[in-house]
Design a protein around this ligand. Structure first.
Ligand code: ATP
Ligand code: MG
Length: 410
């Protein structure tokens, strides 16, 4: 069934143009599918372009190699090959149909039916195809749902969740990004009924979905519905007593002050910022060290007094963790509300932190050794004392002045 045309310049980029021609030749078919089309139609940026084809993975590989296109085996047994053109990766997946499932991952085999390939995808908005000339192929009522911004399971929601419980989280993630109004009632009901299935999901899959959900332009409504359905307290029990009002305040501050969307900062509003709590969460979700260190650091950083003098603030930045300090300030600004006088002062300091560059301490151990110090603890102590004097001077004392006062050891 034709559903109109996709009118977008990226269809003529060398990647999609060459790949669709190559994989669609000699009795095979190839189409763009999923996110790229959905995002184009909803006016959101297209980050990656996925291609579906009737070519079996081995044949895809052969054709890419014959055309001198770099091909990477990113999961050939599942039918996925990645082609690299002009530095962009294109995921090429052979049409699939589900044969059985174990509740966590679908077991698939390769097929030649576009209808089956569409029906094994999760939501209608993710199952629209485009041919090389932009002709849209809509096999599941995707176009109407994209237009209505309705995130709807393909087929029976309960059955689709039973096949793969990650779809519960994906339902809220896609609602956060593309939904409008209330979530689809049937889908929401199915998520609530089968919510316990999220317990069996791997940490990596949960964190990847939650992170994407939290990065949506405004995830607060999706989080509310997630809580309503009883899903949030299963994946993030830390949020249970804390409530999720903080996220609304942060969204208001983001809008008022033009802050960039920041998934980790948003996560901070959902949980108590105690070191033991954030460590447990990061271990459970396997978030990786960067996120873990950021959360731990903020849990150990105090708020900044709005009336703090600029030079005191610079000293604080020098001695503390500037990321944690600014995270803490943004949370406080959000909590006070951007119109509050204290919040406005904090915004001024935050601007200052953004333009501040950490000054370099002008004295080194080598300088002290040139003055007769042996390397050892005494040198470390002397250097530290000098740094302290320098910080207290507002980073003003220069190297010669600092060194002039150093007592030369016996
Ligand atoms: P984005 O890359 O912006 O997160 P996307 O739509 O490309 O969005 P992916 O998670 O990359 O989402 O998945 C690619 C496509 O594969 C989806 O559009 C969907 O059709 C299908 N898909 C992915 N995960 C599942 C799943 N758990 N169940 C069913 N279909 C899925
Ligand atoms: Mg994708």
């Amino acid at each position: 069934m034709s559903a109109g045309r996709l009118d977008t310049p990226w269809l003529n980029d060398p990647g999609p143009r060459r790949l669709l021609a190559l994989l669609g030749a000699d009795g095979e078919e190839a189409r763009i599918v999923g996110g790229a089309i959905r995002n184009t139609l909803t006016g959101q940026p297209v980050t990656d372009i996925d291609i579906a084809t009737t070519c079996p993975p081995g044949e895809t590989m052969r054709r890419l190699q014959a055309a001198d296109i770099k091909a990477v085996d990113t999961g050939m047994e599942h039918g996925t090959v990645t082609a690299v053109i002009d530095g962009h990766g294109y995921e090429i997946t052979t049409l699939r149909e589900d044969v059985e499932t174990d509740g966590r991952r679908a077991v698939v085999r390769f097929g030649r039916s576009w209808q089956h390939d569409a029906e094994r995808r999760d939501f209608t908005i993710n199952a629209l195809y485009a041919e090389a000339d932009g002709t849209l192929v809509d096999l599941v009522g995707a176009r109407a749902d994209i237009e209505a911004r309705l995130v709807r399971f393909i087929g029976d929601p309960e059955q689709r969740i039973a096949e793969d419980c990650l779809r519960i989280l994906r339902f809220f993630r896609f609602f956060a990004w593309y939904g409008r109004g209330r979530p689809d009632a049937e889908g929401l009901k199915a998520c609530a009924r089968l919510k316990d299935g999220v317990r069996g999901l791997s940490a990596e899959r949960i964190w990847a979905e939650m992170r994407k959900l939290l990065a949506a332009p405004d995830p607060s409504r999706a989080l509310l519905w997630m809580r309503q359905a009883g899903v949030l307290s299963l994946v993030l029990p830390e949020s249970e007593k804390w409530g999720i009002d903080g996220i609304h305040a942060l969204m208001a501050a983001e809008r008022a002050l033009g802050w960039q969307s920041d998934a980790v900062l948003r996560l901070m509003t959902l949980i108590p910022l105690r070191t033991d709590v954030v460590e447990t969460l990061c271990d459970r979700w396997k978030t990786g060290n960067r996120v873990r260190e950021r959360l731990v650091s903020v849990s150990q950083t105090d708020g900044v007094a709005p009336d703090m003098a600029t030079d005191d603030f610079e000293r604080l930045l020098y001695e503390g963790d500037p990321q944690a300090i600014s995270d803490r300030m943004r949370l406080d600004i959000a909590g006070l509300g951007p119109e509050d006088a204290g919040a406005r002062s904090l915004v001024g300091l935050l601007d200052h932190a953004q333009s501040w560059t950490r000054p370099a301490f002008p004295v080194t151990g080598r300088d002290l050794m040139a003055q007769g110090f042996d390397s050892g603890p005494a040198l470390g102590t002397a250097l530290h004392a000098l740094e302290k004097r320098w910080v207290e001077s507002g980073f003003a004392l220069d190297r010669d002045t600092l060194l002039a006062d150093v007592p030369v050891p016996e």
